[in-house]
Design a protein around this ligand. Sequence first.
Ligand SMILES: Nc1ncnc2c1ncn2[C@@H]1O[C@H](COP(=O)(O)OP(=O)(O)O)[C@@H](O)[C@H]1O
Ligand SMILES: [Mg+2]
Length: 239
Amino acid sequence: MESVVSLNAVSRRYPRGVLALREVSLDVPAGQFVAVMGATGSGKSTLLHCAAGLDRPTSGRVHLAGRDVTRMREARLTRLRRDRVGFVFQSYNLLSELTVRQNVALPGRLGGPRARAIDDVLAAAGLGGLGGRPVGELSGGQRQRVAVARALVTTPAVIFADEPTGALDPSTGAQILGLLRTAADLDGVTVVMVTHDPAAAAWSDRLVLLRDGTIAADGPTPEAEAIADRLRGVSRVAA
Ligand SMILES: Nc1ncnc2c1ncn2[C@@H]1O[C@H](COP(=O)(O)OP(=O)(O)O)[C@@H](O)[C@H]1O
Ligand SMILES: [Mg+2]
């Protein structure tokens, strides 16, 4: 099966010489839910940004939803992200003066593919009664659900999530993870999620551990306790 996300020997060097990714190769098939873990500074966010076409590698190739985005022009890349990619990033701020429904409807309104019924997505995200509320009045957990609903509304090929449950209590976090899991299982959405939390990673199919800009381990996701052990293993020797 063709990969939805494909990195081939991707390196990313930042100004002042920091080599954040070192020839990373990673292929993610449709419907797979991948958790990316590693110590702070190991390159998780850089990997996610390069994979999502938000940042350009210094060398190597990136394919996203079947397209080579390595040197794609910005306007085309923006359309590809809009039509095929969902983001659950802290930096992708919701518009707090708009209602829940307006925020979730945004990708559709920007001219992407026909949105799935907004009401279905709101209900699935546990936001059924909140569609008319300004996002600025919601709790952190509710806002995070809006971010996930907005990512799901176009049924993207792939969702990239950076610490989607970072600031949430365990039960709200489990709801968010359940939404991502269901999108992968029922709609074949590929999910690539960065997390520090072994309990969150345990929802994934595949665990990728980064150490110092390289993939230190890559395989089927074990249970949370074993994830924590492996994470300690790669973090101890991190630069
Ligand atoms: N914009 C940037 N400019 C310079 N160095 C950066 C930048 N972003 C990240 N880095 C460096 O690249 C390395 C990897 O960072 P990052 O991908 O954010 O790691 P993680 O998400 O795993 O904490 C770190 O050494 C970090 O300091
Ligand atoms: Mg990061």
